[in-house]
Design a protein around this ligand. Sequence first.
Ligand code: DAK
Length: 258
Amino acid sequence: MSTLENILTRIDGRVGVVQINRPKAMNALNGPTMSEIMSALEAFDADPAVGAMVITGDERAFAAGADIKQMATASVVEMMNSPFIGYWDRLRAISKPVIAAVNGWCLGGGNELAMACDMIVAGEGARFGQPEINLGVIPGAGGTQRLTRAVGKTIAMEMILNARQLSAEEALRYGLVNRVVPVERCLGEAVRLAEEIAARAPFAIRIAKEAVNAAFETALAEGVSLERRLFSLLFSTEDQKEGMAAFIEKRKAEWKGK
Ligand code: DAK
């Protein structure tokens, strides 16, 4: 376990875990916290001992949003020049799977952080929302786009225009989260899921993540064509030969990540 000012990190098996650790501020995401989160994820991404990652908070809050106290007096120029949005771009560039384990409040920039991950495991009491309208602003770190893609226009409109919060069960029903588990099992379930994924063929996992993410950036024909190229590319890996040989020989494949 390594302790920085605003996060804790550890490696659990082949899973890198980042825990946001600003309990007095409901894990609000100020610049230093986002900087530490991203540096930790990038270090895990570069570490061959890590196959997948989990970001979590504590039982009261995953994160209650960007730090309102830090941005309350900002000018338009300061916000336009703020490096803050760059942290979400860095998260998009992480090549290994990242799972958010969400208990408690998951609001504003916190929800945008969870949605920028690849999957979300929610604890039963989790509350998801984009309450920026209550502050006289709108989501600014991808919320209007990622939430709409996740839950559809009508629910996204209600959440963003009228600060509607979703319970964990509603988030599951609308497709925002993968599964809902008891609070005390949330992190363990996310790590277990990450561990399962980390045990699979590493290069194929990375390519699969890239292909699914392309669905949000491209037209269908372009996405299908990219998928065909990525699929064919995997036939240059030892893992493809091993995976198919193992099936034919009725044995478990041994992945090399090559
Ligand atoms: N920022 C700063 N401090 C926060 C905070 C936040 N987002 N959320 C909570 N805290 C602090 C509270 O001020 C309080 O501090 P003290 O008063 O004790 O010093 C402490 O955490 C405990 O909070 P409460 O006393 O309020 O606790 P409750 O249980 O009563 O309520 C709550 C919990 C989570 C419902 C409530 O704290 C709350 O409504 N928090 C604000 C939620 C919110 O509005 N979130 C959206 C923030 S705006 C950008 C892109 C995106 C963004 C910013 C920039 N760029 C492109 C540059 C994102 C913006 C946002 O996320």
